[in-house]
Design a protein around this ligand. Structure first.
Ligand code: ZN
Length: 295
């Protein structure tokens, strides 16, 4: 068994773990996210002391995933100013001298689910996180989608419902999906944190409507075999039946597949109960180690 390092790098906390290629987590720690000068030394000594053979990082974005680029592995134009253009993957590769795998937080979570979760082996899948923001990881034919940069599926444009006059909270687009349906939108709409609201609150019918529109876009654009929904907002399990029903209603029979006929197993909650991200990092580490052997 290899000793693999896993780092789920978030805007508020860094989750570090050591595990193996079967997805077993042997130990873990949490370090609050400060500036790079505050946070990096603690992370590096955590992994150095544990003598890992490779490290997988799933990082908040936007990040540069293009291996041909001079800024590969850097964090790009994030609102977190101290981290802007920081060479995240490079800092660990240099300090630890081990292979480093690097991807977005949402691609990491998706990779965890399709490697170790209930959707093991699925080659075409989309993973959405719906929390303080909305993001999506995309896998097509067994490969995580990077493309020009990576998907920014929280910022797709949606069609506001006729009775919804809310102007949205996205600083760039106002009424994009994230601007209308993420945690801060729920709070701006109701004056309360989402967690304080009852399942029956009218706001959740709107949230389900917009998430269903996103599901339809994913279905039409990417033809996934499963769509996994995680993140704080999706801990409200009552949203699932509503999103599924609205998705079918919007598709309106245009596509008829066995997956859509069994929609309870098509639009699904994350199966790894919050561990999908860190386990995805283990897989990224393993892939980085294998890539090194091939060279
Ligand atoms: Zn936006």
């Amino acid at each position: 068994m290899a000793r693999l390092g896993a780092l789920e790098a978030g805007g508020t906390k860094m989750v570090c773990a050591v595990g193996d290629e079967d997805g077993n987590i042997l130990e873990r720690g949490v370090i609050p996210t400060g500036t790079p000068e505050e946070t990096l030394p603690a992370l590096i000594s955590y992994f150095r002391e544990r003598e890992i053979e490779a490290l997988g990082i799933a990082c908040f974005g936007p990040v540069d995933l293009n291996r041909e680029s001079k800024t590969y592995g850097h964090i790009l134009q994030t609102p977190k100013e101290a981290w802007r253009m920081f060479d995240f993957a490079g800092a660990f590769r240099e300090a630890l001298g081990v292979p480093v795998g690097f991807d977005t937080d949402v691609n990491g979570a998706l990779l965890g689910e399709v490697t170790y979760g209930a959707y093991r082996g699925v080659k075409n899948a989309v993973y959405y996180t719906v929390g303080t923001g909305i993001g999506a990881g995309v896998m097509t034919e067994g490969r995580l989608l990077h493309g020009m940069q990576h998907a920014e599926a929280g910022h797709i444009l949606i069609r506001p419902r006729k009775d919804d006059t809310f102007s949205g909270v996205c600083p760039s687009h106002g009424t994009c999906l994230e601007g209308m349906a993420a945690g801060p939108a729920i709070e701006a709409r109701t004056g309360k944190a989402g967690k304080e609201l009852a399942d029956g609150d009218a706001v959740f019918d709107l949230i389900a409507e917009y998430l269903a529109q996103a599901m339809v876009t994913a279905v039409m654009m990417l033809s996934p075999e499963v769509i996994i929904l995680g993140g704080g907002v999706m801990e409200r399990s009552a949203l699932f039946p509503s999103i599924r029903q609205k998705t079918l209603s919007l598709i309106n029979g245009y596509i008829d597949t066995k997956q859509l006929r069994d929609i309870d197993h098509y639009i699904v909650p994350a199966s790894l109960r919050g561990e999908q991200g860190i386990k995805g990092c283990l897989r990224l580490a393993q892939e980085a180690a294998e890539g090194e052997v091939k060279k």
